[in-house]
Design a protein around this ligand. Structure first.
Ligand SMILES: [Zn+2]
Ligand SMILES: [Zn+2]
Length: 348
């Protein structure tokens, strides 16, 4: 079969390799689409401690069930079903796993990182993942292409699970990449009127924003952000701020822009060598601010993401700017790095 093999930093080659065999406790999927995630771009340029070359990455996967191992008890799954795959796989034994939070398992192993991923014609889902019901059937009306948006959207849902966003909240999002737009669409799906994305790369923001006319876009280089927010909120400050970018300044500035009882999500992580920030903790104290983290997602978030796309509250097609063949994967990764594509999906 054809697969894109990650051999090391800036080295992915599309090659013919042996097709994997489906074990008795495993499920084999014929991959149809796999979208390129920001993490795939980071793995390509910087590597990842859980990705040991030669490896197959890619975790925003949709495909068709090709084979179900004879010991697998999956009442709702049969050969030919359209499916997606939950990325985070836990140990199954620790406190977090018992609560269903496989993403927070200290020994979490993920599809497309530790386990082989979706940039290949076939993917065998390992026993541990099968046990955790990581293979999810897509809603009937969802196409395999649209289904690739479920994983990144599920991560945004996991982040927003903490934020209690209400209709009349003013929501500010730092970062106009796919994740920023997904967060904005989720807030819109709740019914929020005032949802703003700010980004210093304003030309790109406007280009991608064309599909999202109900979201307000601000040029971080040209405005006085605090002044604008105070104006739009009658001097109160933002109710919710989401940093959908790896920028320290966005995290620090959030405390200056947030209103009382505000909720801040540090959705995007910072570089591991430079992750210390200084804040005035009295802002948290006197304004009763809550600050939340978010990392990956779980099965329930996937189900909710699939429902939101299926019922039309989030339009998956708006995020997909390019569909390219596996042979062009490196080109696709470079395009995302340059900020030229929102979601680039590989057609396997
Ligand atoms: Zn992803
Ligand atoms: Zn665990």
């Amino acid at each position: 079969m054809k697969a894109a093999i990650f051999y090391g930093i800036e080295d992915i080659r599309v090659e013919q390799i042996e097709e994997p065999v489906c074990g008795k406790n495993e499920i084999k999927i014929k991959v149809e689409y796999c979208a390129i995630c920001g993490t795939d771009v980071r793995i390509f340029y910087s590597g990842h401690k859980k990705v040991v070359p030669p490896a197959i990455i890619g975790h925003e996967i949709t495909g068709i069930v090709a084979e179900i191992g004879e010991n697998v008890e999956y009442s709702d799954l049969k050969v030919g079903d359209k499916v997606t795959v939950v990325t985070s796989i836990g140990c199954g034994k620790c406190k977090m796993c018992k609560g269903g939070f496989y993403n927070l398992c200290p020994d979490t192993k993920a599809i497309g990182y530790f386990y082989k991923g979706g940039f290949a014609e076939y993917l065998v889902i390992p026993q541990e993942a099968v046990k955790q019901k990581a293979v999810l059937k897509l809603p009937e009306n969802l196409s395999l292409l649209e289904g690739t948006i479920i994983e990144p959207l599920s991560c945004c849902i996991n982040g927003q699970n903490y934020l209690n966003i209400k209709k009349d909240d003013f929501v500010l999002i730092f970062g106009g990449g796919p994740i920023g737009f997904m967060h904005a669409c989720l807030a819109k799906a709740i019914g929020c009127e005032k949802v703003v994305i700010v980004d210093p790369a304003f030309d790109r923001l406007v280009k991608f924003g064309k599909n999202f006319s109900d979201i307000i876009l601000w040029d971080l280089n040209k405005i006085n952000l605090k002044q604008e927010i105070m104006e739009i909120t009658n001097g109160f400050g933002a109710d919710v701020i989401i940093t959908a970018c790896p920028a320290k300044k966005a995290q620090i500035d959030s405390f200056d822009l947030i209103g009382s009882k505000g909720r801040i999500s540090f959705f995007g992580g910072l570089s591991k060598d430079d992750s210390i920030i200084q804040i005035d903790s009295n802002i948290i104290h006197y304004k009763e601010i809550s600050v939340f983290g978010a990392f990956a997602s779980n099965r329930n978030d996937y189900i909710k993401a699939a429902e939101l796309i299926s019922c039309g509250k989030v339009d998956a097609k708006k995020f997909i700017t390019d569909v390219i063949p596996l042979e062009n994967i490196v080109e696709g990764i470079k395009k995302i790095k340059k900020g030229e594509g929102l979601k680039i999906v590989i057609k396997i």
